[in-house]
Design a protein around this ligand. Sequence first.
Ligand code: PLP
Length: 400
Amino acid sequence: MTGRQVYLDNSATTCPYPAVIRAVVEAMEEHYGNPSSLHKKGVEAGRLLSQAREAVATSLGVSPSEIVFTGGGTEAINLAIKGALPGRHGRHVVTTAVEHPAVLSALEQLKEQGVEVTVLPVDGQGVVDPQQLQEALREETYLVSVMYVNNEVGAVQPLEEISVVLAGFRKGGRKLLWHVDAVQAYGKMPVLPGELGVDLLSVSAHKVHGPKGVGALYVAPHTQLRPLVAGGGQEHGWRSGTENVPGIAGFGVAAAVIAREARGAQGKLFPLKKKLVEGILAAVPGVLLNGPPCHQNSSRCAPHIANLSFPGLRGEIVLHSLEERGIYVSTGSACASRKNPGSHVLKAMGVKGDLLEGAVRFSLSPKTTEEEIDYVVEQTAAVVQELYALYGVKKIGFRP
Ligand code: PLP
């Protein structure tokens, strides 16, 4: 094992920025008051909450009163999905086959209460068809949940087109809420719920160099939402319980970076992902990219997630061989890798057999450098070549 470490598992979680760590520690050491307390200590803690709310709101281009802090992305999603009020006739929800388990499992729970769920298929690149969404909408549809960027393959869903379809559906006065899981898009590309006409949008701090266990739900004005956690009425009554002030303060620092740099992040990350994918594909023929191709300006391809299949090898073996060289990647989403080895996302895209088993996800962050990408390309080619020799995989050749 060399001394070099390259962390390319940023879609699982990220390393907190030093300024985030400082903000968390300062909040714990100095501003430990309860934000609901009336004395100075409480007011100081309340000020940290307000600053963080302002920063998260600015990063999303919305108003601070529309931000609800939660205990992470999963909780924000659960609040959106289980909290969305069906209205008098609502009993139908539409989603996609490639959503995160937080969405799919929350919907499974709704099904037990009699809600009908339509799960839209995706194409071979993991992208949903807005026309199919339009056809799935019914009089009783009260909620649509479509993610922004898929966490396993980096497919960007056609949210602008979906926005048009949903606006058309609502025109007749029909009530429908649209939730977007933007956990993987946030910080890598512009996430502007107001421009899309989204009602509910979930983000998570630890995917953007913030602390774990903190997230936020954007709630558009006049959205009817039922709280999941009842209590003292914190967070506009939608998420009771004394706020995680240190975590939220850290999230605020990460959000301020996003507000300044999210547009630039896309332009910086895209060439790095392209270099990574093209470098590995050129060095190891037979390897396949799962997800939308990353040509210049491909609007369906997220700039930071690359999922590659190494036929004839198990993804886990490639992962551990790269780990020996100080490179950290993943075989899919961190949540799915232990419990469910066959990725539901790749299966929905029609990926099968060898290609399903041999999938590896490389995920970048705005902190990733070109030099790191060069190292990863070189080491991946070497590792795969060694593994093919070891396991006697002959069908795939290597460029000299
Ligand atoms: N949604 C997506 C697309 C994710 O990638 C994740 C995390 O992997 C989540 C939701 C859940 O976020 P959290 O880990 O903050 O609960």
